[in-house]
Design a protein around this ligand. Structure first.
Ligand SMILES: Cc1cc2nc3c(=O)[nH]c(=O)nc-3n(C[C@H](O)[C@H](O)[C@H](O)COP(=O)(O)O)c2cc1C
Length: 403
């Protein structure tokens, strides 16, 4: 099984990467998985200055994912480069550094601090952040601001991937602007704007208050699939990385078919730190079951297909639970291929990689087992706390200072 892929000029040995902001700055998850088995590790977005991020609470669970308002907390490029990058590279990771800024100039400064950084393959330009020069709109909401930020990131002297927002009427237009600014890869998509309010307290649930947060996880996968599909149709040869709600090998295969050269795994990592490796392993199994010898064969395949549209009833083993209406969100995230027994590996079908990934997963499972007891204990404590909070919130609002 050939897992190699290519995003613009960047060759990757495997098509699964971590998503920025969900695997820390690199060292936090290093003990939980072998980063070298992944295509690359995309680190949390860094500015040219240290940034404290938003007030807590920063994350809120949602029915099919989560809302976050971490607010781009980070140590700054220079400190990360000195203190964390060396260990990441020594651990075998191929690194993609994500940068952000509040002005075009700040994108340029962050990029310049990356120039010559050993082991960094590419810079991911996160334009989903407020542009203080443009009435606090996000860079990613303006074609011109996107092009300017990407152009400024050229100071890194590295291949540039532009990470775009789905919160725009025409993502293809913004993608075109990013390419005009010098991007050779497009990362689709960042989180979807959202908000959570606690009606009992008449209060915002995230510390960012009226600024809200970003929705991620399975709920946004169709949005990512659509964005990747439409951008691939418009730009047949550009590098594309799909990100949004990938939690299984089948999810990854869906984004690859839509046109992604590789995928990133984000929110799934919070439930299971081994998720990116599991997605990779499941993708290998999925390809074996579906007789796909090389991942590259899948990329953009829906654009070459004459198969009937999804309104026709799926049949037999190819029917994804996601195609059956009413089976629930959890079932929709799983394909029979994810649970089918693996096909016996042959001599040249990636069995060495499979063995390495399995060894990693075994180690992770052992660690998880040790943590299960602790989690159960914490769960009981949290349940008690939740009961107490519920009881308090059901008291009349009078006397608690709320309208
Ligand atoms: C807690 C959290 C922090 C994130 N931080 C960043 C970030 O620093 N930079 C960035 O480009 N995207 C960030 N993202 C967005 C993810 O990289 C990804 O685009 C998005 O979550 C969709 O993928 P997912 O559904 O697999 O999580 C963050 C997402 C989450 C959930």
């Amino acid at each position: 099984m050939d897992l190699a892929t290519q995003v613009g000029s960047v060759a990757l040995p495997a098509p699964v990467l971590t998503a920025s902001g969900t695997a820390g700055f690199g060292t936090e998850l290093a003990g939980a998985m072998d980063f070298g088995a992944l295509g690359a590790v995309v680190v949390k977005s860094l500015a040219h200055f240290p940034w404290p991020g938003n007030e807590a609470p920063r994350v809120v669970p949602t029915p099919a994912g989560m809302l976050n308002a971490v607010g781009l907390q980070g140590p700054g490029v220079a400190a990360w480069r000195d203190q964390q990058l060396p260990a990441l590279v020594a651990g075998g990771a191929r690194v993609v550094a994500s940068i952000w800024g509040r002005t075009v100039e700040e994108f340029g400064r962050a990029a310049a601090e990356l120039a010559g950084a050993p082991g960094v393959l590419a810079v991911e330009v996160n334009v989903s952040c407020p542009n203080v020069e443009d009435r606090r709109r996000m860079f990613a909401h303006s074609a011109r601001a996107t092009a300017e930020a990407v152009e400024a990131a050229g100071a890194a002297g590295l291949p540039r991937w532009a990470k775009l927002s789905p919160n725009v009427p025409d993502v293809v237009e913004i993608a075109g602007a990013a390419l005009a600014g010098g991007a050779e890869g497009l990362v689709l998509v960042n989180t979807v704007l959202g908000m959570a309010i606690d009606p009992a307290r008449r209060a915002y649930r995230l510390g960012s208050g009226p600024a809200g947060g970003g929705l991620s996880g399975p709920a946004i996968r169709p949005i990512a699939v659509r964005a990747v599909h439409d951008v691939r149709a418009a730009f047949p040869t550009v590098g594309i990385v799909g990100v949004g709600g990938v939690a299984s090998g089948r999810d990854a295969a869906e984004l690859l078919c839509a046109g992604a050269d590789a995928v990133e795994v984000g929110t799934a990592t919070f439930a299971d730190p081994g998720a990116p490796l599991k997605v990779l392993l499941q993708l290998v199994r999925w390809c074996q079951r579906h007789r796909v010898p090389a991942v590259r064969d899948l990329v953009g395949s829906v654009h070459r297909s004459s198969a009937p549209s999804s309104v026709e009833a799926p049949s037999g083993a190819e029917a994804s639970p996601g195609d059956r209406v009413g089976r629930g969100v959890a079932a929709a995230a799983r394909d029979p291929g994810d649970v089918a027994p693996p096909v016996a590996p042959g001599p040249d079908d990636g069995s060495a990689l499979l063995a390495a990934v399995r060894a990693q997963l075994d180690a992770l499972d052992q660690g998880m087992a040790r943590q299960t007891e602790e989690v159960a204990r914490l769960g009981a404590a949290l349940a008690k706390l939740a009961e107490a909070l519920l009881a308090a919130s059901e008291q009349p609002a009078e006397g608690r200072g709320r309208p």
